[in-house]
Design a protein around this ligand. Structure first.
Ligand code: FMN
Length: 308
């Protein structure tokens, strides 16, 4: 038996694979297709203080090796998430660790949502989304400045009952000062990476395809960028990293881990294959066996408390 277990602050994972925020809703639809208990954890869709309808349509477009999205953080709001979505997950998957993605327009919004959602008994960690490229307020304006990122992180860490992982943006010149500032502000770890800002134009109308004009690029097209940024952050920090960006196979997952990720989130791959996560988990033992390994720890992952 291959041991796929990974331990991170707040998270004892039986395997390192989890669906990425925004690509799995709150699990209810995918739960009709397979047993979500197979997953290491799930990262649920961004929670905001008020319900959000998101941006106008069209808000997704295909690209070679990926997709553009400008959903705009559509979600039912913290009250519905606390009263319906999280209890549904607790009832059906009592052992499944949940990471709550949190977003807001202002620092006060983020703080209020972190405080409330971190009290839910089945929320084991928070993923602070300071990197959404598709909203006018509260996304990149926090994620592209070390000072703003640190101030927000500190305020959220102060009220959260669970460890706070900060989801950094790839849309910066140098990610390292932002990672350092967030670490100094008390983050338990990082999530890397969110989407890259992109655009498509319809040659017939000469107009942008997305109503929002620009969107976030995800999928295989961004895997090499994710690897570069994970490697850069790993070179300056020992905090755990949940790596994501273009992962669809076990080999992709191990490549991000070799760059420094401790666990892996899978986003866009779920849209082309709803079974992407369970297939990847099933393939991990054979992928490790290629390197004569029977557990993930021996792959060279920085383990909590043991790396120096
Ligand atoms: C349709 C869609 C919606 C997303 N919504 C969120 C979100 O609500 N919060 C967030 O932090 N990231 C969101 N993301 C970003 C993903 O969680 C992930 O960071 C990114 O897509 C890179 O991984 P991938 O290449 O495996 O998709 C979204 C991505 C997509 C494609």
């Amino acid at each position: 038996m291959t041991d796929l277990a990974v331990t991170l602050p707040g998270l004892a994972l039986k395997n390192p694979i989890m669906p990425a925020s925004g690509c799995f809703g709150f699990g209810q639809e995918y739960g009709r297709y397979y047993d979500l208990n197979e997953l290491g954890a799930i990262i649920i869709k961004a929670a905001t203080k008020e319900p959000r309808l998101g941006n106008a349509t069209p808000r997704v477009a295909e690209t070679p090796s990926g997709m553009l999205n400008a959903i705009g953080l559509q979600n039912p709001g913290i009250e519905v998430i606390m009263q319906e979505k999280l209890p549904w997950l607790a009832e059906h998957y009592p052992e499944l660790p949940i990471i709550s993605n949190v977003a807001g327009n202002t620092e006060a919004d983020y703080v209020a949502v972190c405080e409330q959602i971190s009290q839910a008994p089945n929320v084991h960690a928070i993923e602070l989304n300071i990197s959404c490229p598709n909203v006018a307020h509260g996304g990149l304006e926090f994620g592209t400045s070390p000072e703003a990122a640190a101030t927000l992180t500190k305020a959220c860490v102060a009220v959260s009952q669970v460890p706070v992982y900060v989801k950094l943006s790839p849309n910066v010149t140098d990610i390292r000062p932002i990672a350092q500032a967030v670490e100094a502000a008390g983050a338990a770890g990082f999530s890397l990476i969110n989407t890259l800002v992109g655009m498509r134009i319809d040659p017939k109308t000469r107009q942008p395809i997305l109503a929002n004009q620009t969107g976030g690029l995800s999928g295989p097209a961004i895997k090499t960028v994710a690897i570069r940024l994970i490697h850069q952050v790993r070179s300056i920090s020992k905090l755990p990293i949940i790596g994501m960006g273009g992962v669809s196979t076990a080999a992709d997952a191990l490549e991000l881990m070799a760059a420094g990720a401790n666990a892996i989130a899978v986003g866009t791959a779920n849209f082309s294959d709803p079974f992407a996560c369970p297939k990847l988990i099933a393939a991990l033992p054979d992928e490790l066996a290629k390197y004569q390994l029977t557990d993930l720890k021996s792959f060279g992952l920085p383990q909590e408390g043991t790396h120096d």
